[in-house]
Design a protein around this ligand. Sequence first.
Ligand code: FE2
Ligand code: FE2
Length: 135
Amino acid sequence: MALFVWSDKYSVNINEIDSQHKKLVDMLNSLHDSMKAGKGNEVLGKTLTELIQYVGTHFATEERLLSTHGYPELNVHKSEHAKLTQKAIELQKDFQQGAPVLTVEVLGFLKDWLQNHILGTDKKYSQFLNSKGVV
Ligand SMILES: [Fe+2]
Ligand SMILES: [Fe+2]
């Protein structure tokens, strides 16, 4: 069973963002699968790096859209992104230094963060962006 099962309730009603969110979910699930399959640190490290890079790409896409359209809650949104980015950087640093950071707890934390952020913070901009013609 996948760690994070996508469903329509996670849709923010914007095609580009939904497909990025789905890709993040896929990447997180494949990291989880690799971990459960006992893959070595080389594979895990590569997957973790790709996931973190894609998180960066995704945050930049959202922030650019929100900034372009003058979203009033941009700063709050950005600071949530910044906090996770900081955590991800620490996670990767620990991993590179050989710490066994990729645990069920860490993946659970990432999954919860993504679910809560999409359902709470991201969903808040749906109507706003839709009203600006972004769909
Ligand atoms: Fe976001
Ligand atoms: Fe998002």
